[in-house]
Design a protein around this ligand. Structure first.
Ligand code: SAM
Length: 260
C-alpha cells in the first residue's frame, strides 16, 4: 500500500478491526445526520469489503444487507448479495431479503473504477449515484433516508435537483475522513416523499372533510392534502405549496368570486 494511504483513519481502521478506513466516513455522516437508528433495516449499495456494513450493524442491530459486484466476505448478522446495483434483478434480490416493509436507510459508497480522466470519472460517478437513487426509490419506506457518494463536477447540481424532487430535505456533506484531495462528497436525502404529488403542481380537488386545524382535506392519488380556507364539499383548484412524506399542503389558486 502506498505510504500516503496509511493515514490516521487507515491505521485506526486496522487497530479497531474495520475492513476499510471508509468506516469512519459513515460514522461521521451518522454523527451529523443520524441516518441509521436502532433496529433500522439498512441496505448498503457498493459495500465491499464491508467497513460500512460493520458500522451499519453496530448502529442498527437490525437487518443489514450489503450489495457489491464483488463477493463480500461474511460478516455476522449481515446478509450479502453479489450483484450490480444498476440491474432490476439485484433490486428484486434486495426486496426478497428486506421484505415488503422496505428499508429505513439506503446508503451507497459505490465508486466506478477510476480512469484518471476527471470528467469521464465524474460522469460515471453521477451515473452510478443516479442508479443508486433509482434503487433507493424502489426499496425505501416512505420517510426513509438515502446517503450516496458522488464525485463533484458540473453534473452535481443536476443530481442534487433529482434528489430534491424525492426527499423532504437534501444536504451535501464532506466527512473529515474523506481525503483532503478527494472530489467526493456525500448527498444525504431525508424523508422520502411518496412521489404522488410535487411542489408547484396544480390540481382540481374536492374537499372531503375538515381537519382538526380547520383546513379542508382532499386526496390526490391517496395522498392527503390540507387546503386552508376550503369548505367541505367544495371543488377547488389548488397549487401544492409543501410536501411531507405522507401528506401535502395546497393553496387555493382561483377561488370563485362569491359576489358574482
Ligand atoms: C469504495 S468501495 C466501498 C467501500 C465500503 N463502503 C466499505 O466501507 O468497505 C466501492 C465499491 O463499489 C462497488 N461497485 C461499483 N460499481 C458497482 C455496481 N454497479 N454495483 C455494485 N457495486 C458496485 C465496487 O465493487 C467497490 O467494492
Amino acid at each position: 500500500m502506498p505510504r500516503n494511504r496509511r493515514d490516521r483513519f487507515y491505521r485506526k481502521a486496522k487497530e479497531e478491526g474495520y475492513r476499510s478506513r471508509a468506516a469512519y466516513k459513515l460514522k461521521q455522516i451518522n454523527e451529523k445526520f443520524e441516518i441509521i437508528r436502532k433496529k433500522d433495516t439498512v441496505v448498503d449499495l457498493g459495500a465491499a469489503p464491508g467497513g460500512w456494513l460493520q458500522v451499519a450493524y453496530e448502529l442498527s442491530g437490525g437487518r443489514v444487507v450489503g450489495v457489491d459486484l464483488l463477493r463480500i466476505k461474511d460478516i455476522e448478522c449481515v446478509d450479502t448479495i453479489k450483484g450490480d446495483i444498476r440491474l432490476d434483478e439485484t433490486v428484486e434480490k434486495i426486496r426478497e431479503l428486506i421484505g415488503e416493509n422496505g428499508a429505513d436507510a439506503v446508503i451507497c459508497d459505490a465508486a466506478p473504477n477510476l480512469s484518471g480522466n476527471w470528467s469521464y470519472d465524474h460522469a460515471r460517478s453521477i451515473d452510478l449515484a443516479t442508479s443508486a437513487l433509482g434503487c433507493a426509490l424502489k426499496i425505501l419506506k416512505l420517510g426513509g433516508v438515502f446517503a450516496v457518494k458522488v464525485f463533484q463536477g458540473d453534473m452535481f447540481p443536476g443530481f442534487l435537483d433529482k434528489a430534491r424532487q424525492n426527499f423532504v430535505k437534501v444536504q451535501a456533506f464532506s466527512p473529515e475522513a474523506s481525503r483532503k484531495q478527494s472530489a467526493e462528497i456525500y448527498v444525504i436525502g431525508r424523508g422520502l416523499l411518496s412521489g404522488n404529488v410535487r411542489v408547484g403542481e396544480e390540481y382540481n380537488v374536492t374537499i372531503e372533510s375538515i381537519g382538526e386545524s380547520g383546513d379542508g382535506i382532499a386526496k390526490i392519488n391517496d395522498m392527503v392534502v390540507f387546503v386552508k380556507g376550503a369548505k367541505k364539499g367544495e371543488s377547488v383548484n389548488i397549487r401544492i405549496r409543501d410536501v411531507k412524506p405522507r401528506f401535502a399542503f395546497g393553496d387555493i389558486i382561483d377561488q370563485p368570486d362569491e359576489r358574482l
